[in-house]
Design a binder for this molecule. Sequence first.
Ligand code: SAM
Length: 220
Amino acid sequence: MSTSSKDYFDAIGPDWDKLRESFYSPRVRERALAVAAVEAGREAADLGAGTGFITEALLQREVRVIAVDQSAVMLEALRHKYPWPERVDTRVGEAERLPIADAAVDYAFANMYLHHVDDPAAAIGEMVRILKPGGRLVVTDLDAHDFEFLRREHHDRWMGFERQDVRRWFRAAGLTDVKVDCVGEQCCAVSERGLPAAISIFVASGTRPESSGRSPTDEQ
Ligand SMILES: C[S@@+](CC[C@H](N)C(=O)[O-])C[C@H]1O[C@@H](n2cnc3c(N)ncnc32)[C@H](O)[C@@H]1O
């Protein structure tokens, strides 16, 4: 029987930081935070937070974080590294039903999360739902690729994304000022058989309008 995505991340949780270092560098989160223009004293959601790659950079900038992940094991590792409940609130939850109230956060970040979820457009809609008016969504993920082993060996659900699709999903979710750009870094992996992969990473961003007069989910 094949494992679920949650089983996979529960199993690799303790090793994720080491694995992640071999895939991509902190430049990815520096770019994500720069695109969001984060300000100290605000509140952010880190979706698919894992062990806290994005969370760590937000804490360094004095941004309070709600870290959500399907895997309690990944979140346990995050809490172990950042044991400050008043600064980081960890919540087990699913992409389709984020355990965060409507219009609760100033920023939503999702690094290397979208290619694991079942329905990327619905996941984007959920991330927009939790943004305050004027809040920013920033997604960093893989461009479309054909390295099939990432599905078999790393439980990827999607083989990256076409930027035009990401742009369309952001706009359909009600975001304005939508931009999709290069991070300027590749995600590198080597298959069990020794096949190397290098995949470019995009950064997609958008702003929830100050007053749209309706819920962002109405447009889906
Ligand atoms: C590739 S890891 C990235 C972790 C972290 N963002 C980072 O950059 O190190 C993907 C994370 O998304 C979580 N995830 C995958 N699918 C999810 C879903 N449907 N709902 C919630 N979390 C999910 C996984 O458990 C995992 O921790």
